[in-house]
Every structure is written in structure tokens, then in C-alpha cells.
Design a protein around this ligand. Structure first.
Ligand code: PHE
Length: 447
């Protein structure tokens, strides 16, 4: 057996994990879920969830990965808990489920790189989105995005990925800050900020079922939890450095990118559409594209260049997340069945492309896949992971987290206690509250 790969440096691991976390979840989903699920009430719950549930949960995945040093399914066997491999298998399934439509949105981003260069959407951003978001065009570009993802996973450009992420995170922050400053000058910005940031507990208490499940799942999605991604990435860790501080860094950076994207998109929607109701009526998927498109159109000729750069950076962010989704499954198939890596990556990519054609053909399907992932799949998967680490692993997990956390001797037991109490209750509550939306939702879009 050849020796298992590891990250060259601790920074390499952090960057790869940030690359997985920062993606369409932050830049596309976060602003539109905020716009369609209660604005500041959503943001408030999201922030709480990221820190109080997301951080402990990401540490749980790190502990499993670093301890087992194995792919996300076999890790459970390696830890002598073979019955729990179903949790790993569920994670793989969810990863594929999500990648099928994630790639469709990735295709839209590619379309917008070109649309920015030619200024195609400048005249009528909303109509343009309507025309390119579904149909043959969307299918074709979804294919291109999936092919890129599979190719990177097949050939493994570790160097490339590390380097790309190193550049990506600072450039995303920079561009988003620039755009947020521009957005701050627009008419109606005060209303936009009030909607986005002014605490609104009244709304929260009146509509908990519309806010909480989406906001908590947004934290999971955005932190790449419940899909084995963080187990896989942490299984390549070589040393015993502090997972707590690595996890903290990742959560902070990831949250920052989402918040900034909201500071761009929400004011732009208020300035150009007088609020968020138009976006909400359309299911939300258009928000990012229509909002920033109007900003770039306003900037005139310079807007084309800014648009190209912006969407290229978003594309890198989306790709570095998509490859982590595909890598989880690929590494399992390669490890377990000894299938050729290239054949696995392209085979899986091809299959997921077919599933994704549903979402590329009709955004109602995309919304359906997305909602099922948020309302059911992610919370169930995270819940099982928490029970696994909190109870089945228990003291072993504490011992693993303790390594390298020398300065914080009490952190590990406190973390276990958190997992067993309000992380568990939080995720359970999310599932219960989400059940109602699910009940009202059509089983599949054609009904
Ligand atoms: N966190 C990524 C994003 O926000 C999506 C993702 C989820 C990637 C799960 C890998 C695993 O875009």
C-alpha cells in the first residue's frame, strides 16, 4: 500500500477547507435566502447557528477525519463503529444530490462571465436571467462546469487548487468590499440595511418555521457540513495542531464572505427593484445575478471589466467547492473498489450531469432539490454526525480534540457538552420546524 497523502502545511489544510466552505453558498445562496426568509431575522439566526452549532459540528467532523485518516465512509469502520458507516454513506448521497444542481448554478456563472464581457445583460438584467437560467443553454453550461469539476478531481491539481484558493479568498473579500461600498451610495440603502441588519425578533417569533430551518441549514451548507467533505479534508492532516483554532478561522472567514455578499446584493435589490418581493416571488435564485448585473450596467464600460473579474472569482469559489463535493465520493470509490481515479471522476460527473439536467431545464426543479437538501437532508445528516461523535465516540473524541489545544484545557470537554446539549437540540428543533414547510411543499415540481 502506498502511503496516504497529507497536506504539505497546516495552512494548506486551512486554505483547502476555506476553499470548500466559501462558494455559491455564501455568494449566491446566503443573500437570496436572507431576502426570501425574513431578512435580519434570518441573519440573526444564521450567525447564532454558525457559532453555536456550526463550529462545534465542524470540529466533530475534523475529529473523525483526523482520528481515522480515512475516507468519509470507511472512517467509521476505522474507528471501530462499523454500523455508523451509513452516516458516511448518507453524506456521500447528499453531496451528489447537491452537486447535481450546484453545477447548474456554476453554469450560470460561466454564462455571466461572457455576458459581462459583451455587456449582454446590461439592458434588461431580469429578462436576461430569465432567458439563460433554464433551457438548452443552461444545460450546456452546466455540462461545462461539471466537466471542469470532474477534470480537476480526475487529474488532481493539488498545487493548482492550493494556489487558486490562496488568491481567491483575498480577491473575493476585496471585490465584495468594493461592491458593498458602491452599494452603500445607492438610493434606498437605509431601508435595505434596516431589512438586512436591524434586529427583528417580532418577525422571528411570528414565523419561526420560515426562518430557523433555512438559517440553520444555511450554516451547514455554507460550512460544507453533513457531506463528509470536512471529514475527508481533515483526514489528510499530518500533525496534531489545534483543531479549535483552525475551525474558528474557517468559520469566521466563511461567515464574513456571506455577510459581505448580503451587503452587496440586498441594497442593490432595493435600489433597482424597490425591495426583495420580486426576488422572493421568483424563488430567489435570480437575486445575485440580477442585483450585481444592474450594478455593473450602471458602471458603464468599466462595468464590463468589473463584471468579468467578479464572475471569474465567483467561478473559482464555486469550483473549489464543487471539487470537494466530488472528491468525497471519488476518494471513497477509489479506496474501496480500487477503480481508476479518472474513470470514477468522469463517470460520477456524467451521472450527476444527467440528474442536473432536470434543474437546468426548469428552475422549479432546482428550487425543489435545494429545498429538500435544506429542510431534510442536511439537518438529518448533521444530527446523526453529532450523535455519533457526542455519544458513540464520546471520550475518544475529547481526547482527539485535546491534542494541540494545550492552551485551552477545558475546551474539549466543554465542546462535548455543547454537542450533547444545545447542538443536538438546535438541530432537532430545526427538523421539527422544517417539517411544516415540507408538508406544504409539492412532492415534486410537476405535481
Ligand atoms: N460550502 C460550499 C458553498 O458554500 C458548498 C459545499 C457543501 C461544498 C458541501 C462542499 C461540501 O458553496
Amino acid at each position: 500500500m502506498t502511503e496516504r497523502e497529507t497536506w504539505a502545511t497546516r495552512l494548506g489544510f486551512i486554505l483547502a477547507a476555506v476553499g470548500s466552505a466559501v462558494g455559491l453558498g455564501n455568494i449566491w445562496q446566503f443573500p437570496f435566502k436572507t431576502a426570501t426568509n425574513g431578512g435580519s431575522a434570518f441573519v440573526f439566526v444564521y450567525l447564532l447557528a454558525a457559532v453555536l452549532i456550526g463550529l462545534p459540528a465542524i470540529l466533530a467532523e475534523f475529529v473523525v477525519g483526523r482520528r481515522a485518516k480515512r475516507n468519509a465512509v470507511e472512517a467509521f469502520e476505522r474507528l471501530n463503529r462499523p454500523h455508523w458507516t451509513v452516516v458516511g454513506a448518507l453524506g456521500l448521497f447528499i453531496g451528489m444530490w447537491i452537486l447535481s444542481y450546484y453545477s447548474v448554478v456554476g453554469g450560470w456563472v460561466i454564462r455571466y462571465v461572457f455576458g459581462s464581457a459583451t455587456g449582454a445583460y446590461f439592458g434588461a438584467p431580469a429578462d436576461y436571467f430569465g432567458a439563460v437560467s433554464a433551457g438548452l443553454d443552461a444545460v450546456a453550461l452546466h455540462g461545462v462546469f461539471m466537466l471542469l469539476t470532474a477534470a480537476i478531481v480526475a487529474f488532481g491539481v493539488e498545487d493548482g487548487i492550493e494556489r487558486a484558493t490562496k488568491l481567491m479568498v483575498p480577491s473575493i473579500l476585496l471585490i465584495l468590499v468594493g461592491l458593498a461600498m458602491y452599494a452603500a451610495t445607492l438610493p434606498g440603502v437605509a431601508d435595505a440595511y434596516a431589512f438586512y441588519l436591524a434586529p427583528d425578533f417580532e418577525y422571528l417569533f411570528a414565523n419561526p418555521g420560515d426562518v430557523i430551518p433555512f438559517a440553520v441549514s444555511q450554516a451547514f451548507f455554507s460550512l460544507s457540513l453533513g457531506m463528509g467533505a470536512m471529514i475527508t479534508y481533515s483526514s489528510y492532516i499530518d500533525g496534531d495542531e489545534s483543531l479549535v483554532s483552525d475551525g474558528g478561522t474557517i468559520v469566521v472567514l466563511n461567515t464574513l464572505v456571506g455577510l459581505l455578499a448580503g451587503l452587496v446584493v440586498i441594497p442593490l435589490l432595493f435600489a433597482h427593484q424597490g425591495g426583495v418581493s420580486e426576488t422572493a416571488a421568483g424563488g430567489g435564485a435570480s437575486a445575485l445575478f440580477v442585483a450585481v448585473a444592474s450594478a455593473f450596467a450602471d458602471l458603464g464600460a468599466a462595468g464590463r471589466a468589473v463584471g468579468v473579474v467578479f464572475f471569474l472569482v465567483v467561478l473559482v469559489a464555486a469550483l473549489s467547492s464543487a471539487i470537494s463535493l466530488l472528491e468525497v465520493v471519488t476518494s471513497y470509490v477509489v479506496d474501496r473498489y480500487g477503480v481508476d481515479r479518472k474513470a470514477t471522476a468522469f463517470g460520477l460527473g456524467g451521472g450527476l450531469f444527467l440528474v442536473g439536467t432536470l434543474s437546468a431545464g426548469d428552475t422549479a426543479w432546482l428550487t425543489w432539490f435545494d429545498t429538500v437538501a435544506y429542510q431534510v437532508l442536511l439537518p438529518v445528516s448533521v444530527l446523526l454526525g453529532v450523535v455519533f461523535v457526542g455519544w458513540a465516540l464520546g471520550p475518544v473524541a475529547v481526547e482527539e480534540l485535546r491534542k494541540g489545544s494545550g492552551g485551552l484545557p477545558r475546551a474539549a470537554p466543554a465542546w462535548l457538552w455543547m454537542l450533547r446539549t444545545f447542538v443536538l437540540l438546535g438541530v432537532l428543533g430545526t427538523l421539527v420546524l422544517g417539517a411544516n414547510t415540507l408538508y406544504e411543499m409539492p412532492a415534486v415540481p410537476w405535481v
